[in-house]
Design a protein around this ligand. Structure first.
Ligand code: NAD
Length: 341
């Protein structure tokens, strides 16, 4: 990316949580890739949340008393909590109108503005598909945080739409830009795998916002596929205790050479964010990744790849291989979800 920008691509960031905030910071950093981009504003879901919460505000307390006193009390307190939360949200919406001098804009304006060429979709996973579709249909390029969708069919559809519109659709995969992955890639090359496992633990993650664990944990699956090639599903189970906010997904996979790989996602209160891996090769074993240094600016590295795509600097063969890998992982995730019933 040594060329000087002839034109800057106008960008809106959709969703300003952890990932979205890093994206906004990076877009304004003096990095080479950011010189091609111009942050125009951000789209926040707070008004949507208010509408959603409004749905809980309707039962008039009097009607509730007629129905049943206990139910009424419950609804009354829900009503109060909701109204209170709505006030907090309204005031935070006021504060959110500008973040570090970046203006909040409505989704409608972001979609219709001639100044906006690109959308960064950084909202929670359940909203990705709809946003991607809307921005592609509006003729914008899209960068979306993984997973791009919560179904394989939707991902295929969106890719077709991007091709029809002649726009870049880029799914971020920062896990492939990490030092640990670079280490593993070197370790694995030329070795004959006998069996392996990858266990990921972390605190609870809401399925309602981030989707089924095979999708929200797609970065672990992407590691396995990027290290050992396309995989097939042997079995999958999901143990879930909703009242304890605990879940454990156990997936048995197989490489093309019929070598077993086990992938486990375990989420629950008190569980630390951690990755345990164990790979056995004919020539020896690898137990976990040693400390291979800090992961610096991985979102910026991802942005560089995205800008290279915008500038047409990535070969068709590379793009096709990446798309094949992404769709394979989403297909596997869907098979795992089906298998868990
Ligand atoms: P988060 O919960 O911190 O942020 C999500 C944000 O999106 C919140 O601010 C929420 O208000 C907003 N939001 C929710 N629904 C929305 C909607 N319909 N429209 C607009 N905004 C909406 O979550 P996060 O960790 O920032 O994750 C966001 C995305 O980034 C997820 O897809 C996640 O898989 C991906 N991701 C995150 C990380 C990370 O390190 N946090 C890394 C890689 C990928």
């Amino acid at each position: 990316m040594n060329t000087k920008p002839e034109k800057k691509f106008g960008v809106v960031v959709v969703g300003v949580g952890r990932a979205g905030s890093v994206r906004m910071r990076d877009l304004r950093s003096p990095h080479a890739s950011s010189a091609f981009l111009n942050l125009i504003g951000f789209v926040s879901s707070l008004s949507g949340a208010l509408r959603w919460m409004g749905a809980f505000c309707w039962p008039p307390p009097l009607l509730c008393y007629i129905l049943h006193q206990r139910t009424a009390l419950l609804l009354q307190s829900l009503h109060e909590v909701t109204v209170q939360n709505a006030k907090v949200l309204r005031s935070s919406k006021r504060e959110l109108k500008c973040i570090d001098e970046v203006q909040q804009i409505s989704l409608e304006d972001a979609l219709s503005s001639q100044e906006v060429d690109v959308a960064y979709i950084c909202s929670e996973n359940t909203s990705h598909e709809d946003y991607i579709r809307q921005f592609l249909n509006a003729g914008k390029h899209v960068l979306v945080e993984y997973p791009m969708t919560l179904s394989w069919t939707a991902a295929q559809d969106l890719w077709e739409l991007a091709e029809q519109k002649g726009k870049v659709l880029h799914e971020e995969h920062i896990e492939l830009l990490m030092e640990e992955f670079a280490f593993l890639k070197k370790e694995v090359v030329g070795k004959d795998l006998l069996k392996g496992s990858l266990l990921f633990t972390a605190g609870p993650l809401e399925k309602e916002r981030f989707g089924f664990p095979a999708f929200s944990g797609i970065s672990r699956l992407t590691w396995l596929v990027s290290l050992f090639g396309e995989l097939s599903l042997v079995s999958a189970t999901l143990e879930e205790r909703k009242e304890d906010h605990y879940l454990k997904m156990t997936v048995c996979l197989e490489t093309e050479n019929k070598r077993p790989l086990t992938w486990i996602e375990e989420k629950g209160p008190g569980l630390k964010r951690n990755r345990h891996l164990s790979f056995h090769f004919k020539s020896g074993s690898l137990e976990n990744v040693p400390n291979v240094g800090d992961n610096k600016n991985i979102f910026l590295k991802d942005q560089t790849i995205f800008v290279q795509k915008l500038l047409g600097q990535i070969s068709e063969a590379e793009l096709a291989a990446e798309k094949k890998r992404i769709l394979h992982c989403l297909w596997l995730a869907e098979e795992i979800q089906k298998c868990c019933g």
